[in-house]
Design a binder for this molecule. Structure first.
Ligand code: AMP
Ligand code: MN
Ligand code: MN
Ligand code: MN
Length: 280
């Protein structure tokens, strides 16, 4: 059975591999298609598409955009979006700017809590990309303020914890609209991590088209649960490893099995979105 991976980060956000390295690794482990889904960035797509041609791996343009509802985070993936669209790029630039402001505040907060980390140390781990809390967590481990990345999040960086600083608040409904405007297919990422199934009907009303059923955080029972939700709401099924290269320790690409057949449905949906936009 041929397999794919539709959720991968690169050095353009909080992954450690370049897009070219991602495509190379995908080829080595026998994946037929991958998607690059960096946080708030589409900068890795061009390089991945080029490498995809060289290595014979199909590359799906993608992005992962964060949003919030109360204290819960909802991540929305956008596939096959027109990633050169000016309005969309402007919005990403705005999200990146608010991340920089958040990072400054977060590092100040850590300093008050006795953990001295300079922005330059964090930037060294993200020389090309968008800085996420994962980069900061990695610095906290390096400086031995915490024993693990998990501890950094659970004790300090998660919502409600002492070093949590909010980014600009954006709702999942706004993010869905943003992705649709860029002719992308909006998909609810790793729904089990958000534990907000109650929001799915409203997200579907806002234009949600798919749900990430296969993800390392989803065991077999969870996969079945989200397959049922996909059936009920007529949503596309997607899946991916959420690989961050070596940033979280284990390299996840190839660790979960996602059938290539789901890509055909995504492609059909893509032509429907393009058709709809043309008709408006
Ligand atoms: P941010 O985009 O700055 O909100 O940071 C969120 C990123 O941190 C996510 O995309 C994950 O890569 C990472 N992350 C969140 N929680 C954890 C965790 N418990 N362990 C490892 N990485 C995490
Ligand atoms: Mn991440
Ligand atoms: Mn995510
Ligand atoms: Mn991700």
């Amino acid at each position: 059975m041929s397999e794919i991976d539709l959720h991968i980060h690169t050095v353009f956000s909080d992954g450690t591999y370049t897009p070219q390295q991602v495509v190379h690794l995908a080829k080595e482990i026998g994946l037929t298609a991958i998607s690059i889904t960096d946080h708030d960035s589409v900068k890795g797509i061009e390089e991945a598409l080029e490498a995809g041609k060289d290595f014979g791996v199909e590359v799906v343009p993608g992005v992962e955009v964060s949003s919030d509802v109360g204290q819960d985070e909802i991540h929305i993936l956008g596939y096959y979006l027109d990633w050169k669209r000016k309005e969309f790029l402007e919005k990403l630039r705005f999200f990146q700017k608010t991340r920089m402001e958040r990072n400054d505040k977060l590092l100040n907060r850590l300093k008050e809590l006795g953990m001295e980390i300079e922005l330059s140390e964090v930037s060294r781990l993200a020389p090309k990309g968008v800085i996420s809390r994962l980069h900061i967590a990695r610095c906290m481990v390096r400086k031995k303020y915490v024993a693990s990345i998990d501890e950094a999040f659970e004790e300090w960086l998660n919502p409600g914890k002492p070093a949590y600083v909010e980014r600009v608040r954006v709702s999942p409904f706004e993010v869905i609209a943003l992705i649709l405007d860029a002719e992308g297919i909006p998909v609810f990422a790793h729904p089990f991590l958000s534990r907000r199934d109650d929001l799915i009907p409203r997200m579907v009303d806002a234009g949600l088209m798919g749900i990430e059923v296969y993800h390392p955080a989803h065991d077999e029972a969870i996969v079945e649960h989200y397959k049922e939700i996909a059936r009920r709401f007529d949503l596309l099924i997607t899946g991916g490893s959420d690989c961050h290269g070596e940033a979280k320790g284990e390299v996840l690409m190839g660790k979960i099995r996602v059938p290539a057949s789901i890509l055909d449905n995504l492609k059909k949906a893509r032509s429907e979105v393009a058709q709809r936009v043309r008709e408006v």
